[in-house]
Design a protein around this ligand. Structure first.
Ligand code: UDP
Length: 237
C-alpha cells in the first residue's frame, strides 16, 4: 500500500509504505534530458523501466550484489528498502561515449582496455561535476572505504550485466549507479538500472537501444526499450 509522496524526481516517485524502512518506488512515463530542458511523456516507459530494473536487480541478487530491491508490486511499482542516498554517482565505462568523449576528445565507440570507473557529485545546479574519491571524503559525502566498496560493486555489476546482455546481442557501453546506506549502515545499490541510465548498442548494427534515442532524436524510445526487454526475455503486461 502506498502512503505519502516523499520524493519526486524526473523519472521516479518515492512513496512511504506501511512497513517501516521500506518505500514504494514508482517509475514515471516522463523522459527528460539535458538537466530537464528536454521533456516528453512516453506511454508505457514507466512499466518498461520497472520491468527491466526488476530483472536486473533480481539477477544481481542471485550474483550476491546487495540492492535496495524487495519485490515488484505493480506494473510501474517496486518495493525498495529505504536508503540514505550518497550524493555520488558511479559511472562504469567499457567503451567511450557521451561526456568522456567531450572531456578527453575521444571518438565515440573507442573500446577501453579495461572497464573505467568515474565519480560524479550529484547536483543538478552544478550539472553533476566529475570528482575523485578525495573530494567525496573531504566534503563528507562518503568515506574512502565506502567509495572503494561502491567502485568494486560497480565493477561486479558491470560483469553481471555484460554476461546477461552480450549473449543477447547487446553491448553495454556505460552505465550509472547510485548507492545509499540502510538504517543498519549497510551500503546498498539503489535507484534503478534501466536504459535511461545505461548505454546499450545493438552488437550487429550499432543501433542505440537507450536514452540517447531520446536525447538525439534517433527514433522511437519505446521501441528501443521494448527491444531490450524482448531480448532479455522479460514479459510485459
Ligand atoms: N547517466 C545517468 N544520469 C546522469 C549522468 C549519466 O544516468 O545524471 C548515465 C548515462 O545515461 C550514461 C552514463 O551514465 O549511460 C555515462 O554518462 P555520461 O557521463 O557520458 O554523461 P551524458 O552523456 O549522459 O551527459
Amino acid at each position: 500500500m502506498k502512503g505519502a509522496l516523499l520524493y519526486e524526481g524526473k523519472g521516479k516517485q518515492l512513496f512511504a509504505s506501511e512497513t517501516e524502512g521500506e518505500l514504494i518506488q514508482v517509475f514515471k512515463d516522463d523522459a527528460t534530458a539535458f538537466d530537464g530542458e528536454k521533456h516528453d511523456v512516453i506511454a508505457g516507459k514507466g512499466e518498461l523501466n520497472c520491468a527491466i530494473s526488476t530483472y536486473f536487480f533480481e539477477r544481481l541478487h542471485e550474483a550476491g550484489v546487495a540492492t535496495h530491491f524487495v519485490r515488484r508490486e505493480g506494473p510501474r511499482e517496486m518495493r525498495v528498502r529505504r536508503l540514505d542516498m550518497i550524493p555520488v554517482e558511479v559511472v562504469v565505462r567499457n567503451v567511450a561515449a557521451g561526456s568522456i568523449c567531450k572531456r578527453l576528445g575521444l571518438e565515440e565507440g573507442l573500446e577501453l582496455p579495461r572497464p573505467l570507473t568515474e565519480l560524479f557529485y550529484k547536483s543538478d545546479e552544478l550539472h553533476d561535476p566529475m570528482i575523485n574519491a578525495e573530494h567525496a571524503e573531504i566534503f563528507g559525502w562518503a568515506r574512502a572505504g565506502e567509495i572503494a566498496f561502491m567502485r568494486e560493486t560497480a565493477r561486479k555489476v558491470n560483469a553481471v550485466l555484460r554476461e546477461l546482455l552480450e549473449p543477447r546481442g547487446i553491448r553495454l557501453i556505460d552505465f550509472k549507479l547510485e548507492f545509499g546506506r540502510s538504517a543498519g549502515g549497510e551500503i546498498l545499490l539503489g535507484d534503478e538500472i534501466t536504459p535511461d541510465g545505461c548505454r546499450l548498442w545493438d552488437a550487429g548494427s550499432g543501433r542505440k537501444l537507450d536514452k540517447d534515442v531520446f536525447r538525439r532524436d534517433l527514433g522511437g524510445l519505446s521501441e528501443a526499450y521494448h527491444e531490450v526487454a524482448h531480448r532479455l526475455g522479460i514479459a510485459l503486461s
